[in-house]
Design a protein around this ligand. Structure first.
Ligand SMILES: Cc1cc2nc3c(=O)[nH]c(=O)nc-3n(C[C@H](O)[C@H](O)[C@H](O)COP(=O)(O)OP(=O)(O)OC[C@H]3O[C@@H](n4cnc5c(N)ncnc54)[C@H](O)[C@@H]3O)c2cc1C
Ligand code: FES
Length: 357
């Protein structure tokens, strides 16, 4: 089964100088494969000078927009994002996997909820999809977005957010916090830190009424916001994260495995189920489950290979693995046996994993 589908680029436009919004049309009858949930992302692959790169970009369209759209911000020196910003054109074909990710909550049309979103820079893309979908499909719910950027010129989707405020009169509140541009209200200038959040909760946001908070942005900002939300009384289950990149090595330390990888004690037998077929492979314990699958010509899904995106998620059915980094799975997924296979190393002589569950 082909995991990647062809998508034709039907529109490319700049939302700010350094970011493009790309509209895509699935080809070859693949439209159903791209029926996304708000807040999910697409993983693209492209060959750069003989090397395949895979990069994930969150869908910024709402469910009712009737389009598939991503926003790509150029990262200084970044291979894929620079190419997309400088060379991608209408009519080009991109290849992407079906939407993935669990950065969303279920929509319930009858309910009246208060949502709070925090976005930093390009982290607004999944939050935009969530807020558009939620406001359209939960008519009694409201959304407050705290949106952090360097300056006015770097605010992605600024006009669209203004239009949405008019469309959903009184139900969408956007607070722009700008790092370097001074604003009338001093609190709205600077970085979004734990302390600034505490002040926002004191003066501008009724945190007691918030049901769910969504956070997507640079990692230090996310950690500060999460700490402030917890201090203000939100539980972990009320806080949803989406991380784009991590500088951290991960929460867990990897155990040292003997250097004699060829010794049978350091080998594992892994039964790996993918697309309905199970293949049993023998692999050193210091090779990740994902690499064991890839080295044995299995087309296992992956993108970042850094424990950030969750594209490589699989379920451990038997045996034990050690996940050395996890910036993507939620605690409930881990307790159900899900792991990031790019970060998981076998501890037992036999493991059974399933990518299909
Ligand atoms: C689930 C998920 C969703 C994502 N959604 C979006 C999205 O909607 N829009 C978007 O623009 N990006 C998004 N990203 C980030 C995106 O996948 C790429 O990481 C980013 O575009 C950089 O790729 P690149 O090939 O241009 O840079 P690379 O060539 O991979 O990296 C170049 C340099 O930039 C650093 N770097 C990598 N990523 C970032 C970053 N995000 N910020 C700062 N420095 C970085 C690297 O450490 C490296 O030093 C998402 C990532 C994930 C995991
Ligand atoms: S490939 Fe991204 S978490 Fe494993």
């Amino acid at each position: 089964m082909a995991r990647f589908h062809d998508l034709t680029v039907t529109d490319v436009h700049k939302t700010i100088r350094d970011a493009v919004v790309v509209t895509l049309k699935p080809e070859n009858g693949a439209a159903d494969a791209f029926d996304f949930t708000q807040g999910q992302y697409l993983t693209f692959r492209r060959d750069f000078d003989g090397e395949e790169l895979r990069r994930s970009y969150s869908i910024c369209a709402g469910k009712d927009d009737g389009i598939l759209q991503v926003g790509i911000k150029r990262v200084e020196g970044g291979a894929f994002s620079t190419w997309a910003n400088e060379h991608l054109q209408v009519g080009d074909t991109l290849q992407a996997m079906s939407p993935m990710g669990s950065f969303f909550t279920e929509i319930n049309p009858g309910i009246a909820r208060q949502y709070l979103g925090f976005a930093g820079g390009s982290g607004v893309t999944p939050v935009l999809s969530i807020l558009k979908t939620t406001l359209a499909r939960e008519p009694k719910s409201s959304f407050t977005l705290v949106y952090a950027n360097k300056g006015v010129n770097t605010i992605m989707f600024r006009e669209e957010l203004e239009d949405l405020k008019n469309q959903f009169m009184g139900r969408l509140n956007v607070i722009h916090v700008l790092e370097s541009d001074a604003q009338d209200i001093e609190l709205f200038t600077g970085l979004v830190t734990e302390e600034k959040c505490a002040q926002l909760f004191e003066h501008w946001i009724d945190i007691k009424s918030v049901d769910t908070a969504f956070i997507c942005g640079p990692e230090p900002m996310m950690l500060g916001i999460a700490a402030a939300l917890r201090t203000a009384g939100l539980s972990d289950s009320q806080i949803k994260f989406e991380l784009f990149a991590s500088a951290q090595p991960g929460r867990l330390k990897r155990k040292v495995v003997s250097v004699d990888a060829a010794s049978s004690a350091n080998q594992t037998t892994a039964a790996i189920t993918l697309d309905g077929a199970t293949q049993t492979v023998t692999s050193p314990k210091d090779v990740s489950i994902l690499d064991a699958a890839l080295q044995n010509a299995m087309d296992a899904p992956y993108a970042c290979k850094a424990g950030v995106c969750s594209t490589c998620r699989c379920k451990v059915l038997e045996g034990e693995v050690e996940m050395v980094a996890n910036h993507a799975l939620e605690d409930y997924e881990v307790s159900q046996g899900y792991v990031l296979s790019c970060q998981s190393f076998p501890l037992t002589d036999k493991v059974v994993v399933d990518y299909d569950q």
